[in-house]
Design a protein around this ligand. Structure first.
Ligand SMILES: Nc1ncnc2c1ncn2[C@@H]1O[C@H](COP(=O)(O)OP(=O)(O)OP(=O)(O)O)[C@@H](O)[C@H]1O
Ligand SMILES: [Mg+2]
Length: 451
């Protein structure tokens, strides 16, 4: 048995096995790079759930041609200038995302530093196939095409465009919540899915979470032992069958950490059925030296120096807020206003306190009154019951009752269904029809594309 050093291309592919599991994980790495580069706006384009194309364009610091070549080498990073690994504030630090992704896809890196010319490098599954000048705005644009095309063993684990799209949307939402000061645009198969302007964390969370948290959410803001916890959680009565709307952040890094998920669960123990899950967006801030982010190649897990204190803060803070909210449940209905529940006040209050939100038309932003009224009407009208077939006398009467209820529903609220979905381009469109998910042929480089 002879020991040998593996060729760098193979090393990159092995690393890609950990870092790039599916289009969403590659997308996450690119968006993180864009944010680390100081971007104010990030534009994402996907085709067929990212299976055909993932493109991320930013207006960050950009790279010179030499820096681009270095960035594509393994373990090359600009993010550890002092070689200090226990005070990482950037999303990335391992210096392996770009070479890993480039080793398993057709990869184009275009970049331009302000005041210099743009440059482009094309890589096909690890091999550089071309480079040269390119015209593009200051910043960086990365395109990933044909992910895992030459690695059938990985390709077969990819799911449908629809499922991959859902994972990509989730990754974008997490990073958009983490950095509410940055604008995001997400397009899928030529359709604009998200268009988010820079805003406050509560507003960004409100734009991306269930609108019904207006009435069913509690603002969290507490501190203990030098750690802080802010965000919003749902009332125990407003729960889901899946734990798919739990967004957890440690020092603004989106994480999927078992300790935090367990603590969230612990806070709702005895308040929620075992198979139900709360909705949450929770931002934990911990002194940098008390948390190790170098735990997993995807950087989605962390290790705390004092896990018991972290759990105590989350369980204690949430529990206090939930208990207070349950005592005030009688008055909540009048206090909470749909649509506008997240003013910054939600976060600024003491734990669990919901401030009196604007209810008079004068104090609301233009256009909000109509939306508010219609939203109220929507919430107040249960959807019609599905009719079993064949119709029993009982179900016939239920059906006719539901028809009557619908006919009594104010026209405005019915109109709202369309108005709400078309006017709020900021709301993510989760439900893609199967037609929308059908790959639309090879993506052509559109004239609008900066790459
Ligand atoms: N969009 C971008 N704008 C400017 N520089 C970038 C961009 N993307 C990557 N870079 C540069 O390329 C380097 C390598 O990127 P890469 O993602 O491979 O590693 P990293 O971000 O340093 O660490 P990690 O592997 O943890 O993501 C970065 O350190 C950064 O200097
Ligand atoms: Mg990176």
């Amino acid at each position: 048995m002879s020991i040998r050093r593996l060729p760098s291309e193979l090393v990159n592919r092995i690393a890609a096995g950990e870092v790039v599991e599916r289009p969403a994980s590659a997308l996450k790495e690119l968006v993180e790079n864009a944010l680390d580069a100081g971007s104010e706006a990030v534009r994402i384009r996907l085709t067929a759930g990212g299976l055909e194309l993932v493109e991320v364009a930013d207006d960050g610091c950009g790279m010179s041609p030499d820096e681009m070549r270095l960035a594509l080498e393994r373990h090359a990073t600009s993010k550890l200038p002092d070689d200090v690994l226990d005070r990482v504030t950037s999303f990335g630090f391992r210096g392996e995302a770009l070479p890993s992704i480039a080793s398993v896809s057709r990869f184009t890196l275009g970049s331009r530093v302000r005041g210099a010319d743009g440059w482009r490098i094309e890589i096909d599954h690890g091999a550089t196939v071309g480079e040269g000048p390119v015209s593009l705005p200051p910043g960086t644009c990365v395109r990933i095409e044909a992910l895992f095309d030459k690695i059938p063993a990985r390709r077969k684990f990819l799911r449908s465009p629809r499922a991959e799209y859902a994972a990509c949307l989730d990754a974008v939402k997490r990073l958009a919540m983490a950095r509410s000061d940055v604008a995001f645009v997400l397009e899928h198969d030529g359709r604009r899915i998200l268009s988010l302007q820079p805003t406050t964390p509560p507003q960004r969370v409100a734009e991306l979470l269930s609108a019904e948290l207006d009435r069913n959410g509690i603002g969290i803001d507490c501190e203990r032992n030098g750690m802080g916890l802010t965000g919003v959680v749902s009332l125990p009565t407003f729960n889901r069958g899946l734990a798919d709307q739990q967004y957890l952040f440690v020092n603004a890094r989106p994480v999927k950490d078992r300790l935090l998920v367990g603590a969230l669960r612990g806070a709702y123990r005895d308040l929620i059925a075992r198979d139900r899950h709360p909705i949450a967006a929770l931002f934990l801030s911990v002194p940098l030296v008390d948390v190790d982010v170098n735990v997993h190649p995807a950087k989605t897990e962390v290790r705390f120096r004092d896990p018991t204190a972290v759990r105590g803060l989350i369980v204690g803070g949430l529990r206090a807020a939930l208990d207070e909210a349950s005592q005030k449940s009688a008055t909540r209905e009048q206090l909470a206003a749909p649509v506008l529940w997240t003013t910054s006040a939600t976060y600024d209050q003491q734990p669990g306190r919901i401030s009196a939100l604007p209810t008079s038309p004068q104090s609301m932003p233009a256009g909000a009154t109509a939306v508010l009224e219609e939203a109220r009407a929507l919430f107040d009208h249960a959807p019609p019951l599905p009719a079993p077939s064949p119709l029993s006398p009982k179900s016939r009467s239920i059906r006719s009752a539901s028809r009557v209820a619908r006919s009594r529903q104010p026209t405005s609220s019915r109109k709202l269904r369309t108005a709400w979905s078309s006017s709020t381009s900021m709301r993510p469109t989760n439900a893609l029809s199967s037609r929308e998910c059908v790959p639309q042929g090879k993506e052509r480089r559109s004239p609008g594309s900066p790459c």
